[in-house]
Design a protein. Structure first.
Length: 458
């Protein structure tokens, strides 16, 4: 049974005509003697799989008999294979209910409108069949904005595709299409775009990991598909540690980490990202833990360790207010804020700039020159772990891993091998997501080698 056969008049249209998707489905219904029996028989007919189940369609509707409808009577929509005049097409449960007089199987002309069609069904109806192989079904979102990256063959249908997306996604009001390559034409990972549907309104609100962010999507970088990666990395941080977020964007790592009591030195070169990062810090109440910077990433890496050490030696700390106490409590009974000192060393560096993060690794030479006494074996503190996102070819063999290791070697002069980053000389290479048919995003995590950290500074 194909209820959503493509209307011939809709094929290859450039302007969406929703009326073309309206049709009437001849089927059957179980007219219920009393509305109080609907729940009982809906459960029974669900069990016998005789109800017509469609997304966005209620199985309960007004009785097709106008007189009964005027009394407020309802019916249950049955599958077209059930025939009112052929009890042999009914299940024993339906036959028994009919004999008891609780249900009457009647004919029903069911209207199937555009609102019941799925996005995929409508798009398949519009696009020529030769374009069905790679229909655009996945897209990034940021608040009310859907962001497409349409291939050339779909461009003649871009406006109708966008309108269908708006129709079938209640939270989407604006659809845009990228017209250049993020990170290639623009160092801030923003992109030129065209509006395909809805208003040109790029001020969005998003929520991730319990944090709220507001920003202009046209001026900063945001990728809704990286939510799990943000959470995976943030879960590695321990309260009281210091994390240096080199390419922090608007704070998808920094704000959630700050909420769990992690000190984050968060940096981004883009002035707009810096502006919205500050806003996210205030809005998510992590000002005690997250410190924003607006520097070039190369410069920030070279300075971060010194800044943290200086802050620790000054006695800088976070002041965490205690849980609320009664206003009537005497001042002496009110506890003092908890002081959480900034440690002298950085535990993690995050470098979420996959197009070029590995090219920043040479900046770690001499990061802790002259300060080896801060680390093992003089203390229990280990050198920081670097989390560098990168792109590599998509392959089922070791080719991308070997490529990443070679690129790391080219920058730091130390040969690492794929493995557990907790082991000396090893790098954990995590597959993040596919970004193109032959391209994959990875995260290379490794502990900074001592010969790099304690080397003389360039």
């Amino acid at each position: 049974m194909n209820l959503f056969r493509a209307p011939a008049a809709a094929r290859a249209v450039k302007i969406l005509d929703r009326s073309l998707f309206a049709r009437t489905l001849p089927t059957a219904a179980a007219s219920v003697r009393e509305n109080r029996l609907i729940s009982k028989y809906r459960q029974q007919l669900e069990a016998t799989k005789e109800l017509l189940v469609l997304d966005r369609l209620s199985t309960v509707t007004v009785d097709p008999d106008p007189a009964l409808a005027a009394q407020g009577r309802k019916c249950l929509i049955l599958k077209p294979g059930i025939k009112p005049a052929a009890p042999e097409t009914w299940s024993p449960a339906l036959q028994e209910a009919s004999k008891a007089g609780d249900l009457t199987v009647v004919s029903l002309e069911l209207p199937i409108g555009y609102e019941l069609w799925s996005y995929l069904d409508v798009v398949k109806s519009v696009l020529p069949e030769e374009l069905h192989g790679e229909i655009p079904v996945g897209f990034n979102t940021a608040g009310h904005v859907a962001h497409l990256n349409l291939r050339e063959q779909y461009m003649p249908y871009k406006h109708v595709i966008a309108q269908i997306i708006v129709d079938k996604n209640l939270h989407i009001r604006t659809v845009i299409n990228k017209t250049d390559n993020v990170g290639t034409e623009n160092e801030f990972r923003t992109f030129a775009y065209e509006v395909l549907a809805g208003p040109d309104d790029m001020l969005v609100e998003v929520s991730e990991a319990g944090c709220a962010f507001s920003f202009d999507y046209s001026k900063v970088y945001w990728n809704s598909r990286l939510g799990f990666e943000h959470q995976r990395i943030t879960a590695l941080f321990k309260p009281g540690e210091v994390v240096a977020d080199v390419m922090a964007g608007i704070g998808p790592f920094a704000a959630p980490a700050g909420k769990k009591g992690v000190f984050v030195w968060a940096n981004d070169k883009n002035p707009e990202s810096f502006k919205y990062l500050n806003e996210a810090i205030r809005r998510n109440k992590v000002t005690e833990f997250v410190k924003p910077f607006n520097q070039d990433g190369h410069e920030f890496i070279q300075n971060a360790a010194d800044l943290v050490l200086e802050a620790s030696r000054r006695g800088d700390c976070a002041l965490v207010k205690p849980a609320r106490v009664s206003r009537s409590a005497p001042p002496a009974a009110r506890p003092e804020p908890t002081r959480i000192p900034i440690p002298p060393t950085i535990s993690h560096f995050v470098m979420n700039l996959p197009a070029s993060a590995l090219e920043f690794l040479h900046n770690y030479h001499g990061l802790y020159h002259g300060h080896d006494d801060l680390f093992v074996p003089h203390t229990e503190t280990k050198l920081p772990v670097i989390h560098a996102h990168c792109f590599a070819s998509k392959a089922n063999d070791a080719t991308p891993l070997d490529d990443i290791c070679q690129r790391i070697f080219n920058e730091i002069g130390v040969r690492l091998v794929p493995g557990d980053a907790e082991n000396d000389g090893a790098v954990t290479i995590h597959e993040v997501r596919d970004v193109a048919p032959a391209k994959r995003m990875f995260c290379a995590s490794f502990r900074l080698p001592a010969e790099v950290a304690f080397a003389p500074r360039p």
